[in-house]
Design a protein around this ligand. Structure first.
Ligand code: NAD
Length: 498
């Protein structure tokens, strides 16, 4: 029965970053809140900190003084779990250790009513494992908030094998009344966000390991594609120790599945104490130099005999740009690839096959450019190693004429955006195949949990499944391992559309 937790007392255990935020959100939604921490004085300190946070919000006019006062008054420090015996739900946010959490859950079972919900904010521990051994394991559920809790809308409501569906539904509707967007998830390593997001970091790290381009250029390309931060600056912000630990935990929990294999590049940063912002250096140095991004100031030109090849969204976009320079430009919808061509050269949208391989099968000069998710900004390209110097000079001028800032990189399959987005879609597809979440849940999780510009299934709807499969198959053909495996979910759908 949903709604049974509305307005009821909430016990938050662990008054650290997450627990304090959860207590604030629950109190602001009108619940009496008990806050408990093992460390003497910690809950009181968290309440004091919240007082000054709320004063700041009042000063900014975001909260009324009366509401701030009422919120604070609703929060009481529980010296022991027994103080909070009237709680209808406990949300634990203590250390990320299985044994500590299990022992706390046992204590909570003893202290609270038999029908109290026991929610855990764990980011990586199996909900099924946490519930094991309890008298009432069916009431253990994941309630995974994101940091900072008051600002981040997503809550993953995670069910383990024991979890009663009505308990998950109760927590789902409770999250809504707390102003959050809940998404149901099945307890599997990384749940939704921490699992689907892995390729965002992993593909960047792979390109860096191959010295395909610089961290600054990787970031520029993905920012241009709409991501708020590039993966390198984001890993520097999260901290390489934390990011590496999450990757390791997902990798190990999947029995060493190569899809999740951690990176030596990141391992070295961790080993060297170059953890990112918090240590003053990671991929970049901090405080970051205020140097403006390099302005790309080369010529912009297209030849008069240019032809726009292929059909679909990207071909249409290219044509719109091309006719501004060459009003008489022709179109050729018969090619099996998208891009621009003259009699002697081809600039192709990447389909995952490296330029040198395309060049081996063609008599023209070849270059490939990255998936353009936006109409301007940094865009990666690579030139076949057999290409003439004249063609190497010409490609960036073509890209500038199309409105992009060209970023030259090594001839790596799928360049930057195409491989990253394809692998994000692939991971999301596998999550759906395995019943971890629905496509809508995956989209909500990635846009609200990590601020992606679109959800993986939204990207998929804008493009074609065959293209995504093509890029991943091409990556697999290059790397020959288990990392680039097309999800059966995609393969099945792709065939249906053929
Ligand atoms: P934190 O270190 O800031 O706070 C943990 C608090 O729990 C500390 O105040 C500690 O004294 C207290 N504590 C430890 N053991 C306890 C016990 N047995 N009983 C009562 N209190 C105890 O940690 P955090 O970053 O707030 O993370 C807490 C939980 O939330 C972890 O499970 C973490 O994985 C998860 N989480 C963290 C983030 C994040 O970005 N920090 C995001 C999502 C989930």
């Amino acid at each position: 029965m949903s709604g049974r937790l509305q307005g009821r007392p909430v016990l938050v255990v662990g008054a650290g970053i997450m627990g304090a935020g959860i207590a604030q959100v629950a109190a602001q939604a009108g619940h009496p809140v008990w806050l408990h921490d093992l460390r003497e004085g910690a809950a009181g300190q968290a309440k004091d900190k919240l007082r000054s946070t709320l004063e700041g919000l009042v000063a900014k006019g975001k909260v009324t003084a009366a509401d701030a006062q009422a919120t604070l008054q609703r929060i009481s420090v529980a010296k022991s779990l027994g103080d909070a015996r009237d709680a209808a739900i406990a949300v634990e946010a203590i250390v990320e250790k299985l044994e500590a959490k299990r022992s706390l859950l046992r204590d909570l079972e003893a202290a609270l009513a038999d029908d109290a919900v026991l929610a855990t904010n764990t980011s990586s521990i199996s909900i099924t494992a946490l519930a094991n051994g309890l008298r009432h394991p069916e009431r253990v559920v994941g309630m995974h908030f994101f940091n900072p809790v008051p600002l981040m809308k997503l809550v993953e409501v995670v069910s383990g094998l024991h979890t009663d569906r009505t308990v998950a539904d109760d927590v789902f509707s409770l999250s809504r009344t707390w102003g959050k967007v809940p998404v149901h998830a099945r307890s599997t390593p990384g749940f939704i966000v921490n699992r689907i997001a892995r390729p965002f970091y992993a593909e960047a790290l792979m390109l860096l390991q191959e010295q395909a381009l610089s961290p600054r250029d990787v970031d520029a390309c993905l920012r241009a594609a709409g991501f708020r931060m590039g993966p390198c600056e984001l890993m520097d912000l999260i901290g390489h120790d934390t990011n590496f630990a999450v990757t390791m935990s997902v990798y190990e929990a999947n029995f060493g599945d190569k899809r999740f294999v951690p990176s030596l590049v990141q391992r070295e940063l961790v080993d060297g104490g170059l953890l990112g912002r918090k240590t003053g250096r990671g991929f970049f140095s901090y405080p970051a130099p205020e140097a403006p991004a390099a302005v790309d100031a080369g010529p912009a030109a297209l030849p008069p005999d240019i032809v726009v090849c292929g059909e679909g969204r990207v071909a249409d976009m290219l044509f719109d740009q091309v006719v501004r320079h060459v009003p008489a430009a022709r179109r050729d919808g018969a090619t099996r690839w998208t891009g621009l061509a003259t009699a002697t050269s081809q600039l192709r949208l990447t389909d995952g096959v490296p330029a040198f391989e395309l060049a081996a099968a063609a008599s023209q000069d070849i270059a490939v450019f990255d998936q353009p998710l936006a109409a301007s900004g940094h865009l990666a390209y690579a030139v076949a190693r057999s290409a003439s110097q004249a063609w190497r000079d010409e490609v960036p001028a073509w890209l500038r004429a199309l409105g992009y800032s060209p970023v030259l990189m090594a001839d790596a399959p799928g360049l930057v955006v195409a491989r990253t987005v394809s692998m994000l879609i692939n991971e999301a597809a596998d999550a759906v195949l395995q019943g971890v979440c629905t496509p809508e849940g995956a989209d909500a999780a990635m846009t609200l949990g990590v601020n992606y510009p679109a959800g993986p299934f939204e990207w998929l709807a804008r493009g074609s499944i065959e293209d995504v499969i093509g890029v991943i198959d091409a990556l697999d053909a290059t790397y020959r391992g288990e990392r680039y495996r097309v999800s059966p979910w995609l393969r099945g759908r792709g065939e249906k559309h053929e």
